[in-house]
Design a protein around this ligand. Structure first.
Ligand SMILES: [Zn+2]
Ligand SMILES: [Zn+2]
Length: 423
């Protein structure tokens, strides 16, 4: 190993298990997977940056239409109300529900717009093989915007709203909603075609002839990959030479932080389930329902599919996620002999399903924004709505601070190949 090179452009370490792999050239449409744990390492989009760029431009047009046109309209006892996404945020603010207004504004309007604009900017330069000005800052910002974009979750929430309000009101989906569906479809497609790590890789020089490296794992070879962009460095390097993020062999204080956040989420889980999530006032009659109460009502109405969706999203997933995080913490702390490959798969699943618990929060936010009709009918969020939303956000952070490579920090026996498995 040459001493003067602080980084190794021809190698990469798996972000989930630390296994070292050679960066072999990929065919169009090919994906490189970790030989040990199966995590996706990098890929090459079949159509290059052109396809995701076209999808982003289509998503931008759909976003503008979704924001400007009416989204959904509701009719109760002869009185009707139409809302658009911005007017929903405004209504929630005016009726003193700032936390819900913030969730809708940030997660459903601002985050997707930022993600679309930033991806267009980055891809525009990428297809000309140029580095975009300030790309370090904008690419990190894009990763955050992508993380907080929850428009796909909101689509499920709309279907729950339709079923929940079927006895109480007449609901029509307007053009804005259909444009919103297209925006979600285009943007998710673009995200899948161009993951953040692949953009970092595309911004670098093509790999040089490989330098030989000792060992199979980055840390054992005295190396560490950057947490943000994945570039491999020597352990002594203080900050990444590509994206300037601080370098660590493992995420600092990963176990303690994950444990603290998981415990906080567990505490919030109690009021989220005990207190009412939604309070409906209909001609002076007040009816409040908890999360589980809402599921039972849907079941009694014979909306079995939607009742199951809400049960899974609001009761089962949060509990399963908390249990999974506790289990992973115990696995690392007590160095269990169970298969780390399965534990890594469990971690990836936990990371993936986290945001889908927001379904019920968006249902309450949409109903509260739509049904503000004075004496005829009003819908207000209960204490549980804020507690529940807080719990979901905290579990997202908990999964983010957990370092799955800790699961692999133990002696293992396997072959010495350095080429990734290719799909
Ligand atoms: Zn791996
Ligand atoms: Zn970096």
């Amino acid at each position: 190993m040459k001493k003067e090179t602080p980084f190794f452009p021809d190698w990469m370490a798996c972000p989930a298990c630390d296994r070292l792999h050679l960066k072999i050239p990929l065919q169009r449409g090919q994906v490189a997977l970790c030989r040990r744990c199966g995590t996706r390492l990098r890929g090459r989009c079949f159509y290059g940056p052109d396809l995701p760029l076209a999808l982003c431009l289509a998503a931008l047009i759909a976003w503008i239409i979704a924001i400007s046109l009416p989204f959904i309209s509701i009719g109760i006892s002869g009185q009707s109300q139409t809302i658009s996404l911005p007017s929903a945020v405004l209504t929630l603010f005016q009726h003193r529900m700032p936390s819900l207004a913030l969730f809708v504004g940030l997660l459903l309007i601002l985050a997707p717009l930022c993600a679309i604009l930033l991806l267009i900017y980055l891809l525009f330069f990428l297809r000309q093989n140029r580095k975009p000005p300030f790309y370090r800052f904008f690419l990190k910002l894009f990763a955050h915007a992508r993380f907080w974009d929850m428009t796909d979750v909101y689509l499920v929430s709309i279907f729950v709203v339709l079923v929940k309000a079927v006895h109480m009101a007449e609901i029509h989906l307007a053009y804005g909603f259909w444009a919103f569906c297209l925006q979600v479809f285009f943007l998710q497609f673009a995200f899948a075609a161009m993951p953040v790590r692949d953009i970092w890789e595309n911004l670098s020089q093509p790999p040089l002839p490989p330098t030989p490296l000792p060992g199979k794992e980055a840390r054992k070879a005295g190396l560490a990959p950057c947490h943000t962009c994945g570039r491999l460095h020597t352990l002594a390097t203080p900050s990444c030479t590509r994206c300037a993020s601080p370098m660590h062999a493992r995420k600092p204080q990963s176990l303690n932080r994950t444990l603290a956040l998981t415990l906080t989420a567990l505490i919030l889980y109690i009021p989220a389930n005990l207190y009412p999530i939604m309070i409906v006032e209909n001609f002076g009659q007040s009816l409040s329902s908890t999360i589980l109460g809402g599921v039972i009502l849907l079941w009694q109405d014979k909306a079995f599919l939607i009742a199951s969706v809400v049960f899974f999203a609001s009761v089962f997933i949060p509990m399963a996620k908390l249990l999974a995080l506790f289990y992973l913490i115990i696995c690392v702390r007590f160095r269990t002999i169970a298969c780390p490959r399965d534990q890594t798969a469990l971690y990836r699943l936990t990371e993936f399903i986290g945001k889908w618990s927001m379904v019920d929060v968006f249902v309450v936010a949409t109903l509260a924004a739509m049904v503000q009709m004075g004496r005829i009918a009003t819908i207000e969020p209960g204490i549980a709505a804020t507690a529940f939303a807080g719990m979901v956000v905290i579990t997202l952070f908990a999964a983010e601070t957990f370092d799955p490579r800790l699961l692999w920090d133990r002696p293992s026996q396997e072959n010495d190949a350095h080429e990734p498995a290719c799909l």
